[in-house]
Design a protein around this ligand. Sequence first.
Ligand SMILES: Nc1ncnc2c1ncn2[C@@H]1O[C@H](COP(=O)(O)OP(=O)(O)O)[C@@H](O)[C@H]1O
Ligand SMILES: [Mg+2]
Length: 387
Amino acid sequence: MIRFEQVGKVYPDGTTAVDDLSFEVAEGELATLVGPSGCGKTTTMMMVNRLIEPTSGRILVDGEDIARVDPVRLRRRIGYVIQQVGLFPHRTVLDNTATVPALVGWKKAKARARAAELLDLVGLDPKTYGPRYPAQLSGGQRQRVGVARALAADPPVLLMDEPFGAVDPVVRERLQNEFLSLQATVRKTVLLVTHDIEEAVRMGDRIAVYGQGRIEQFDTPAAVLGSPATPYVAQFVGADRGLKRLSVTRIEPDDLEEPPVARLGEPAAAAAARLRAQGARWAVVLGEHGALHGWVAADALARADGRDTVGEPARRMDAWVPVGAPLKQAFGEMLQHDAGWVAVLDGPRFLGVLTPAKLHEALRRSVDADARGVGRDEVDFDSVADA
Ligand SMILES: Nc1ncnc2c1ncn2[C@@H]1O[C@H](COP(=O)(O)OP(=O)(O)O)[C@@H](O)[C@H]1O
Ligand SMILES: [Mg+2]
């Protein structure tokens, strides 16, 4: 959808801002550009909507060389959230949000109706906030208006330059999560600039890690964290990259173990005998349609009254996560409930359990560790517990 082919930019004063950039962002994907200040992120972004022209190479949007597209027409297809939000101070929030639709010639009523819809989408009640002026909003609310405005003309491409930069960490995380759930619905092709590796990892389907004016690595968060391409990237992503990888690696059905199982209505004595034969000390208790009910200890079953079913001595299972959740969430559940394993569910249905050994295997799988040499020593569970 957005394709950079050996793109370079030398400013008239001789500064090389970027050199030989080649990467591609697929339709509906969110790529984060991350790197220290001055490494060329904003320049990269502004070349996509031709606010800056490259001095070499070419950029394709939707297969079309943008050098041949009229810049005004191009920008209609590209929403832009600029670094300092940049709302017009003397226009209401509603009119700020309606800026682009109005510019491209929508009727006023239609543009405003669309703006109200967008404000709602980013969590601002249009009745309350629409009539206000930007100065009457908090930093976080202004950032939301910036996002709403960029989405207003429903462009397929979105450029976001440090969109959550000007707010405190708590609000920032909330805005990030809101944007991710928004993105899950609107599926824009997004370039998001940040200098914060945590934000890059959390938001990006892919990350471009910038050194000075060039991309050192362009890959998925798991790959960047698991196998940094250069010593620079390794240093940039930090020594705790093993930890960060926990948050980007998701639980898959193949990661799970199948523990002994007892059925809710089954006689306790029968279940006890079966577990004894298997040498199992506990079992997962399942109800109808394989739904997780809880767990039961083998000796509790053995002590149960002759008429009891498995349901009576069964206990609740608090440590569980949905399949597809990040490993970090599973690990968090283990710690919080002091559990040796967590149940993994697909809706109400029990799929299996994740044990610490399996968790470690999953972490290795996430980066194709055998091929690329990620060692067990990189997974530092003690520091996870401290985090
Ligand atoms: N108009 C300009 N003229 C000359 N140099 C510029 C201009 N704009 C940016 N630069 C330089 O280009 C480099 C990259 O800048 P920029 O893309 O803004 O970086 P980032 O967004 O990563 O902080 C920096 O060295 C910056 O000083
Ligand atoms: Mg910048």
